[in-house]
Design a protein around this ligand. Structure first.
Ligand SMILES: [Zn+2]
Length: 204
């Protein structure tokens, strides 16, 4: 079973800043339980621990939210973004926390199929990336969905014909510095026009 039942507010992974969330003493959970629509909205508003302005709804990883009002239980299915990104455990716990704040017990299920694609990012999600000077992913490389060419070492950015646009100045005169930027999900580029390095959220 790929069922993760995370415990609220414990065992958080280190790294990433945890937004301060006060823990008010709650009245009886039935009394304080919000509507199914509200818990669904709160779950979608959970943010990516690596990109705090990007909600998981806008990231496009929420595959389903099923609320059982009589039980006060909500089942949330999410799809991992990039394998190797440790964010999913943190996100699962944050979902449980967000649901608990609304008076619901959440169960988070990780769904691997179909795999997440950057095409599921919403326009708002792309805007959130641009706001942080992170180049939003371009279209996935077209053609056969075969193995992705892997380049070892410093190599020109030849695997994609799509120029990565500098999020600061808009120039397309950019070069790939490292296939893995600040996290495995991002590639590090440098703009030749303004000289600034920047992250690209890799398209998959
Ligand atoms: Zn630039």
């Amino acid at each position: 079973m790929v069922m993760t039942r995370a415990t609220p507010r414990d065992g958080r992974l280190s790294g990433g800043k945890t937004p301060a969330s006060p823990t008010p003493a709650r009245p009886s959970r039935e009394e304080s339980r919000s509507s199914a629509a509200e818990v669904e909205q709160r779950v979608g508003a959970v943010t990516d621990p690596e990109i705090p302005t990007l909600s998981i709804g806008d990231l496009g990883i929420v595959r389903g939210v099923e609320a059982d009002e009589s039980a006060g239980a909500v089942r949330v299915r999410i799809t991992p973004t990039y394998s190797g990104c440790p964010a999913m455990e943190v996100i699962a716990r944050d979902i449980v926390d967000a649901a608990a704040d609304a008076g619901w017990d959440a169960t988070v299920e990780i769904v691997h199929s179909p795999p997440w694609t950057t095409d599921w990012l919403t326009e708002r999600g792309r805007a959130a990336l641009a706001e942080l000077d992170i180049a939003p992913p371009g279209p996935r490389s077209t053609g056969a969905s075969g193995p992705v060419p892997v380049t070892i070492g410093r190599a020109p950015h030849t695997e994609s014909s799509v120029a990565v646009v500098c999020p600061r100045c808009g120039s397309t005169d950019t070069e790939l510095i490292a296939r893995f930027g600040t996290t495995a999900c991002k590639a590090l580029h440098r703009c030749r026009a303004c000289g600034d390095p920047f992250d690209e959220f890799k398209a998959v």
